[in-house]
Write a protein that binds this ligand. Structure first.
Ligand code: F0G
Length: 423
C-alpha cells in the first residue's frame, strides 16, 4: 500500500463531508448497544467519523462485512478516571486531572484502536498478509486481529528489547516473528523493505488508516466530558502516531464546530529517547524545529539523524515501548503541535517508574512508558507550563506486560512509592 506522496511524505485520510453535530447524540445513545457489537466497540461507536469504507453505518450487515472488530471489545472499557493519589503526586486537584487507561483494550494497549481501522482497510484491499515493526504492543495488537480475521501476520521486533509479556502475545497469536538485530528504528526499516518486496500490508502508524482509529481515544475522553475540552491532552511520545492522530482529531472537531477551543497537546519523551524533545526545544544546533506552516526544517532532522548515526548514539530507556530514535511520524507530529500550541518535554526512567507505580496505587495498572504521563505532567506543573487550575487529560497507553518491573521497584526501599515485602 502507498503511504507516501511523490515527495516522500506521509498521506492523510480526508473526508469530503462535514459530519452533522447531531451525531454526538447518536454516539451517546449507542452506549446502550442494543445487541450491536459495533455500538459496543469504543472505536466503531464513532464509525461515521471514520467511514473511509463508505458504508451505510446504520446497516448491520454492511458493518459486519467491512468493519474489523474483536467482538466489540476494542475501546470498550476506555474512559477517563480521576485518580487521587496520582493527582496528589503531581500536585493537582483531583477534579482537574483525568487519566484514561487504554491498557484494558483486548490486547492490552491503545494500539487496538488504530489496528481495528487499519486491518479494516487491509481487508478492504484484500490483503493476505499484514506486516509491522514493533516495540511489542503493535505486534500484539496486529497478531490478535490477524488471528481473528484469519490473515497472516509478520512482526519485526528488535531482538531482546521488548517486554516478555508482549513477545509472548505475538507467539500466542501465531504471528511470524522476525528478530532484527538492532533497535526499533532498524526493525521498522527492515519491515518496510520486506513489505514492499513481498507484498505485505504495513500496519505501523505510518499507515493513515491507523491514525483514523486512534482518533477515537480523544473522542471518548471528550464525549465523557460532554465535549467541553480540557486545557491539555498528554501522551508519551514514541513513533508519534498518537500525537499525530490527536492533532488531526482536534483540528477536525474544531473545524466542524464540535468543540469551541483546541486543547494543547503535551508529548513526553523518555530522556534516553528524546529526539522530538531535543529538536523541538532547540537543543540541537540551537534551532527550534517547527511545522512552520508546512515548511519544517527537514535538513535539521536529517542532520540530527546523521549525528546520532555517526556518534553511534542509540535510544536507551527501560521503557522499551518508547525506545525510538527516529520517530516515523515526526513531521505530522510537528503539524499537530502547531495546531494545538503543543509542548514537548522529557522525563527520566526513575520518574517514569514513579509515575507507573503511583497509578498502580490507585488500582489501575499501566506500563512504564505510560508512567511518562504523570511524570511529565508533574514536571510541566513544576515549570508552570501547566497551571494549577488547568484541566488535564492524560492517556495511559498500555497495561503492565513486564511483570518484574513492579517487583523490582517495590523491592527497593529507596523508591518513592515502594512497599517492600516483609520477611
Ligand atoms: N505507549 C506505549 C505503551 C506504546 O506501546 C507506544 C508505542 C507508545 C506509548 C508510543 O506511542 O508511537 O504513538 O508515540 N509503541 C509502538 C509499538 C512503537 O511498536 O508497540 P506513539
Amino acid at each position: 500500500m502507498r503511504v507516501e506522496c511523490e515527495k516522500g511524505h506521509l498521506l492523510d485520510v480526508k473526508y469530503k463531508k462535514k459530519p452533522n453535530v447531531k451525531l454526538k447524540e447518536v454516539f451517546y445513545s449507542r452506549r446502550n448497544p442494543e445487541g450491536s457489537i459495533f455500538n459496543e466497540s469504543g472505536v466503531w461507536r464513532f464509525r461515521e467519523l471514520l467511514n473511509f469504507c463508505k458504508i451505510d453505518t446504520e446497516n448491520l450487515e454492511d458493518c459486519s462485512n467491512y468493519l474489523v472488530s474483536l467482538d466489540g471489545s476494542e475501546g470498550r472499557q476506555s474512559k477517563p478516571y480521576h485518580m487521587s493519589k496520582v493527582a496528589n503526586f503531581i500536585g493537582m486537584e483531583r477534579e482537574n486531572l483525568w487519566l484514561q487507561p487504554e491498557g484494558y483494550n483486548p490486547s492490552g494497549s491503545f494500539k487496538d484502536n488504530g489496528m481495528a481501522s487499519a486491518v479494516t482497510h487491509a481487508k478492504l484491499v484484500k490483503t493476505k498478509k499484514i506486516v509491522c515493526a514493533s516495540t511489542g504492543n503493535t505486534s500484539a495488537s496486529a497478531g490478535m486481529f490477524a488471528a481473528n480475521e484469519g490473515i497472516e501476520c509478520d512482526v519485526y521486533i528488535p531482538s531482546g528489547q521488548i517486554a516478555p509479556g508482549k513477545l509472548s502475545q505475538a507467539y500466542q497469536f501465531g504471528a511470524q516473528i522476525i528478530q532484527v538485530v538492532g533497535n526499533f528504528d532498524d526493525a521498522l526499516a527492515k519491515s518496510l523493505e520486506d513489505a514492499k518486496n513481498l507484498n505485505g500490508y504495513t500496519v505501523n502508524s505510518i499507515n493513515p488508516f491507523r491514525i483514523e482509529g486512534q482518533k477515537t481515544i480523544p473522542y471518548r475522553s471528550l464525549e465523557y466530558m460532554n465535549w467541553e475540552v480540557p486545557d491539555w491532552i498528554v501522551y508519551p511520545g514514541g513513533a508519534l502516531g498518537n500525537t499525530t492522530s490527536c492533532g488531526k482529531c482536534l483540528q477536525e472537531l474544531y473545524e466542524w464546530g464540535w468543540i469551541k477551543k483546541i486543547p494543547r497537546i503535551a508529548v513526553i519523551n523518555a530522556e534516553g529517547a528524546d529526539t522530538l524533545s531535543t529538536l523541538y526545544n532547540g537543543k540541537f544546533e540551537e534551532t527550534e524545529l517547527r511545522w512552520n506552516g508546512g515548511n519544517p526544517n527537514l535538513e535539521l532532522i536529517e542532520k540530527y539523524y546523521s549525528f546520532l548515526d555517526s556518534q553511534q548514539i542509540k535510544p536507551k530507556t527501560k521503557a522499551t515501548a518508547i525506545q525510538i530514535g527516529k520517530p516515523a511520524n515526526i513531521i505530522k507530529a510537528l503539524r499537530a503541535l502547531e495546531t494545538t500550541d503543543g509542548v514537548v518535554t522529557n522525563v527520566s526512567d526513575a520518574e517514569m517508574l514513579d509515575g507507573m507505580s503511583v497509578v498502580g496505587l490507585n488500582g489501575f495498572d499501566c506500563e512504564m512508558a505510560s508512567g511518562a504521563v504523570p511524570a511529565g505532567v508533574k514536571k510541566l506543573m513544576e515549570q508552570e507550563i501547566i497551571r494549577k487550575d488547568d484541566k488535564v487529560v492524560g492517556i495511559l497507553t498500555g497495561r503492565q506486560k513486564d511483570p518484574m518491573l513492579p517487583v523490582d521497584y517495590h523491592n527497593d526501599p529507596q523508591n518513592r512509592f515502594a512497599i517492600p515485602p516483609k520477611k
